[in-house]
Ligand binder design. Structure first.
Ligand code: F6R
Length: 366
C-alpha cells in the first residue's frame, strides 16, 4: 500500500505531480482560456460584490491561506485578511453580506475551522471551502466548495494536501480576478499556460532534490533551525519550519526574512543552520542581502532557489537549485525541497515519520 516507498509521507510527496494534475483536471479546459470551478456556487455578480475576503484555517492549511492572500490580492485586487480558526471563531469577527469567508481544511473536519464556518454563516456572510475530503462536514455546510482532489493523505504531516491547496487558491484567484475584471486576458493566459506545465515542473523539482538525504546528514546534529523567506515565500518558510518540528522534533522557526534584524538575528551563530528560500522575484535581492547578514555572523546557509547563476555557489554553504515557473506558482515548487528535508531529518533521527508523537490526522476537538 506504500507503493514501494518506506513511508506514506514519502509516497505522498512523490505523488504530487499526479495530485496536482488532478486538482487541475477539467478546470482549465484547452479550448478556452478560462477557469471552471464547478462547485464554487458563486455567480460573477456575487464574486464582484465582495468587499472583503477572510481566509480561515489551522496549521498547514493556514500557511496555504497566507499564500492565498498574496494570490487573491494580486490577481483579484480585493482586501484579504487571514486568520487562524481558533482565533477567528472567538473574536466576534466583522463579517457581513459583503464578506466572503474561505475555510481551508484538508480533512474538512477540524473543529475550530468548522466553528469558524458556522460563525461566518451566522453573520450572513457567504462561506466557501477548499477541502480534500469529499462530503466532509465543512464541505457540506459551506455555500460552495473547491475540492483539491489530492487523494487520501495518510501521513499525519500534510504534503500533497498542502500543495493542492495552493493550486486551488491559484484557480480561485484567477476566477475572482476574471469576474472582477482585474485580470487581463494576457495575464490569465500566461498563468494558465504555466499551470499546464506545473505537474512536469514538480517532477523536475523532485529530481533536483535527489541528494536531499546528504544535505540532511550535514546538519543532522543541529538542535535548532531558522527558515526565511519573503513575500509569497514567507508562508513557505513557516511551513518548512512546521514540517521539521512535527516529524523530526527539531526546534525550528520560520520568519519573514525582513524581520530577522528585529530579534531572531541574535540567535545566529555557527551552530544554527538557516534555510533561505530565494526565488527570482522582486524581493530576490533583498533576500540575498538577508542571507549575507546570516553568513556574516557565522550562520550556515542552505539556499533553495530557482536562480541558476553559478555566482550563488560561494554565497551559501549549500545551494539547492530547483526549476523556475511563473512567480504565482513558485510556492508549489519551493514546498517540495522543504518537505523532503524534514522527511530525511526525521528518518535520520529515527522518529515515527507517518505517526509523529502527540499529533492526529484530524483534530476534531478544539
Ligand atoms: C500539519 C498538519 C496540520 C493540519 C491542521 C489542519 O502537517 O497536517 O497542521 O494542517 O491540523 O487540518 P485540516 O487541513 O484537516 O483542517
Amino acid at each position: 500500500e506504500k507503493g514501494g516507498y518506506r513511508h506514506f509521507m514519502l509516497k505522498e510527496i512523490y505523488e504530487q505531480p499526479r495530485a496536482i494534475a488532478d486538482t487541475l483536471a477539467g478546470r482549465i479546459p484547452d479550448d478556452q482560456a478560462d477557469v471552471v470551478l464547478e462547485g464554487l456556487g458563486l455567480s460573477d455578480a456575487e464574486l464582484q460584490s465582495f468587499r472583503k475576503v477572510f481566509l480561515v484555517a489551522c496549521g498547514t492549511s493556514w500557511h496555504a491561506a497566507l499564500v492565498g492572500k498574496f494570490l487573491i490580492e494580486k490577481l483579484a485586487r480585493v482586501p484579504v485578511e487571514v486568520d487562524i480558526a481558533s482565533e477567528f471563531r472567538y473574536r466576534d469577527p466583522i463579517v457581513d453580506e459583503g464578506t466572503l469567508t474561505i475555510l481551508i481544511s484538508q480533512s474538512g473536519e477540524t473543529a475550530d475551522t468548522l466553528a469558524a464556518l458556522r460563525e461566518a454563516k451566522g453573520k450572513q456572510g457567504k462561506a466557501v471551502a477548499i477541502c480534500n475530503v469529499v462530503d466532509s462536514s465543512i464541505a457540506r455546510e459551506s455555500d460552495g466548495v473547491i475540492y483539491t482532489h489530492a487523494g487520501p493523505e495518510i501521513g499525519v504531516a500534510s504534503t500533497k494536501a498542502f500543495t493542492t491547496q495552493l493550486v486551488a487558491f491559484i484557480l480561485l484567484a484567477l476566477r475572482l480576478g476574471r469576474a472582477r475584471k482585474s485580470l487581463t486576458d494576457e495575464r490569465l493566459g500566461s498563468i494558465i499556460a504555466a499551470l499546464k506545465t506545473l505537474p512536469s515542473k514538480i517532477q523536475d523539482t523532485l529530481a533536483a532534490c535527489e541528494h536531499m538525504e546528504e544535505i540532511a546528514r550535514i546538519y543532522a546534529q543541529a538542535t535548532d533551525f531558522l527558515f526565511l523567506g519573503r513575500g509569497n515565500q514567507y508562508p513557505i518558510a513557516l511551513e518548512g519550519a512546521l514540517k521539521l518540528k512535527e516529524i523530526s522534533y527539531i526546534h525550528a522557526e520560520g520568519y519573514p526574512a525582513g524581520e530577522m534584524k528585529h530579534g531572531p538575528i541574535a540567535l545566529i551563530d555557527d551552530q544554527l543552520p538557516v534555510v533561505v528560500v530565494a526565488t527570482q522575484n522582486e524581493s530576490f535581492e533583498k533576500v540575498f542581502s538577508n542571507m549575507e547578514e546570516v553568513r556574516a555572523r557565522g550562520g550556515q546557509v542552505v539556499v533553495i532557489t530557482d536562480c541558476a547563476d553559478d555566482g550563488l555557489k560561494g554565497k551559501a554553504d549549500v545551494v539547492l537549485p530547483i526549476p523556475s515557473i511563473a512567480d504565482e506558482l513558485m510556492p508549489v515548487l519551493t514546498s517540495i525541497p522543504l518537505q523532503l528535508l524534514a522527511y530525511h531529518f526525521a528518518v535520520l533521527r529515527g522518529t515515527d515519520v507517518d505517526q509523529p508523537r502527540n499529533l492526529a490526522k484530524s483534530v476534531t476537538v478544539e
